[in-house]
Every structure is written in structure tokens, then in C-alpha cells.
Write a protein that binds this ligand. Structure first.
Ligand SMILES: [Zn+2]
Length: 220
């Protein structure tokens, strides 16, 4: 086994990543970096190699610090044969996901699933988060008494009764597939996909429960 270490090769460079405090992608400066590369013979004429770069980054907007690690190896490749790069950020970016405003106004059974699903998302349990998102949609359709024999028809039923827009239903159908995959194929979705899906869930719940509640209090 052999390996090589390069210090601060990328120090001073600016990259764009999602900031833990600013709520979007911002410029981050690489304060220091360590690059490790190594290879190991497996058979007389066959080596495998790996590489890992660790960086300490600072947001140019709010000064918060992030640790970033990018790793790859010769045994994990994309379709085109290039090595797949794995990026990890600490603190984890979905860790900070908060419940939406006024989430306590949700019906109690729904509130419980909602909070448990956020917890699954924040604790890096992507399979459970996917199942939770499906369960939230199931509960909304049941609660609003949307007609239909299966979840697809019930989502369309929410449109028929005016609880949901056509556009909202298109997104929900995508979520329905996402939930199906979690439950039946135990597919772990990427945190990015799940967070996007959860944005849509928040939007639906606001439209069905939170906004009508405020409207009924305001326009008496
Ligand atoms: Zn920032």
C-alpha cells in the first residue's frame, strides 16, 4: 500500500455550497485542505486506488464554518466509467430542517406523522423519510375524505373537491411514486430529493390546513 498527502493545495479557492446559516448557496472560501491518495495491490497485476479530500470552509456571507469531504475510488464508477464522487458536509445540511410555521394547527394524527418524518429526514433515515412523506399524503386524502380506490385516485379526488390545485396534484403524484419506492423497493432517496419533496408537503399542508385556519379567523 502506498499513499500521498498534499496540504492546502486548494486553500484560498472559492466554491459555492449551500450555507448552514444563510438559506441558500453562497461563496465559501477553502481555508485549508488535505488531499490523500492511495493505492493497494489486490492481485499481482491489479491495483485499486482511492482519494479523499478534506476541506475547512468559511461562508463569505455569515462566516460560519463547514467541514467538507469528497471521496472516490476506482471500484465505484458512473455509467461513463468515471469515478463517482461522494460529497459530505458537516454539519449535515438537512439536519437543520425546521417544521413549517404554525405546524401545531395540523390535526393531531397528521402532526405526529409530520414531526416523525422531519425527524427521520434530520437523522439521515432516507427510507423512513420517504415512507413518512407517503403517509402524510395518505392522511390528508383520508382526512379530507377524498374519493377513490387507491392513492392516485384520492389525490385526483382532492383536486375534484377543490382542496388541491392541478399543479399541486402533479407534484403529489411524483411524491406518491417516491413513497411507493420507499415502501416496496426500499430505495433510499438522496437528501436533496427528499428535502425538495418536503418543501412540496409543507406547501400542501399550508394550503389545506394552515391558510384556511387563518382565513377563518381573519374574515369572520
Ligand atoms: Zn452563510
Amino acid at each position: 500500500m502506498s499513499f500521498e498527502k498534499k496540504l492546502n493545495k486548494n486553500a484560498g479557492k472559492i466554491i459555492q455550497i449551500g450555507c448552514i446559516s444563510c438559506s441558500n448557496e453562497t461563496n465559501h472560501e477553502i481555508l485549508s485542505s488535505v488531499e490523500l491518495e492511495g493505492s493497494e495491490p489486490i492481485e499481482p497485476n491489479f491495483d485499486i486506488w482511492w482519494s479523499q479530500e478534506s476541506q475547512i470552509l468559511q461562508c463569505k456571507g455569515c462566516d460560519s464554518i463547514t467541514f467538507r469531504q469528497i471521496s472516490s475510488n476506482s471500484e465505484d464508477t458512473e455509467f461513463n466509467g468515471r469515478p463517482r464522487k461522494h460529497e459530505e458536509l458537516f454539519p449535515n445540511r438537512s439536519e437543520g430542517r425546521d417544521p413549517m410555521d404554525d405546524e401545531h394547527l395540523l390535526p393531531s394524527s397528521l402532526h405526529r406523522i409530520y414531526m416523525e418524518t422531519i425527524s427521520a429526514l434530520n437523522n439521515k433515515q432516507p427510507v423512513l423519510a420517504g415512507i413518512g412523506i407517503r403517509a402524510i399524503i395518505e392522511t390528508v386524502t383520508k382526512d379530507k375524505d377524498a374519493q377513490g380506490n387507491n392513492l392516485k385516485q384520492k389525490i385526483d379526488g382532492l383536486v375534484d373537491q377543490g382542496s388541491l390545485t392541478e399543479d399541486g396534484s402533479k407534484t403529489l403524484h411524483k411524491l406518491r411514486v417516491l413513497g411507493n419506492e420507499s415502501a416496496h423497493e426500499v430505495k433510499a432517496h438522496e437528501p436533496k430529493e427528499l428535502n425538495l419533496a418536503f418543501d412540496v408537503v409543507d406547501h400542501l399542508l399550508k394550503a389545506v390546513y394552515i391558510i384556511p385556519h387563518h382565513a377563518s379567523q381573519t374574515f369572520k
